[in-house]
Ligand binder design. Structure first.
Ligand code: FES
Ligand code: FES
Length: 136
């Protein structure tokens, strides 16, 4: 299977790899695993007082498509509001990265990680957690 150029680019030069301070109240952390393959992704967001995502970082122990998906996701997250971030759909990642069908779950992992990070942020700030529809 051939990876698209964008996947290879994000894979060989991933953006925003790293860790934000979990102890901070304005940092949300999402840690998710893919049942399909056991790959694990951690994605974090830092949110300012106006609800704007000022930073995003990830660490992915997984395949090239999962790394590319999380790298791209962190790029998209920065500068969005939390409300806008909720709208990021894994199929947008699939389209942008040109992922083949067997790699769609890698993008689902990224979407799940975003949602988990948002809910962690909400929980830490006394907001009700959002309920998301399960993606397959
Ligand atoms: Fe081995 Fe994803 S299945 S890295
Ligand atoms: Fe499982 Fe990519 S193969 S996350």
């Amino acid at each position: 299977m051939a990876y698209s150029e964008k996947v290879i680019d994000h894979y060989s030069n991933p953006k925003n790899v790293g860790t934000l301070d979990k102890a901070k109240k304005n940092v949300g952390t999402g840690l998710v695993g893919a049942p399909e393959c056991g790959d694990v992704m951690r994605l974090q967001i830092e949110v300012d007082e106006t609800g704007l995502i000022t930073d995003a970082k990830f660490k992915t122990f997984g395949c090239g498509s999962a790394i590319a998906s999380s790298s791209l996701a962190t790029e998209w997250l920065k500068g969005k509001t939390v409300d806008q971030a909720v709208q990021i759909d894994n199929m947008d990642l699939v389209e942008e990265l040109n992922l083949p069908p067997v790699k769609i779950h890698c993008s689902v992992l990224a979407e799940d990680a975003i949602k988990a990070a948002i809910n962690d942020y909400r929980k830490k700030n006394g907001l009700e957690e959002l309920v998301f529809e399960e993606k397959g």
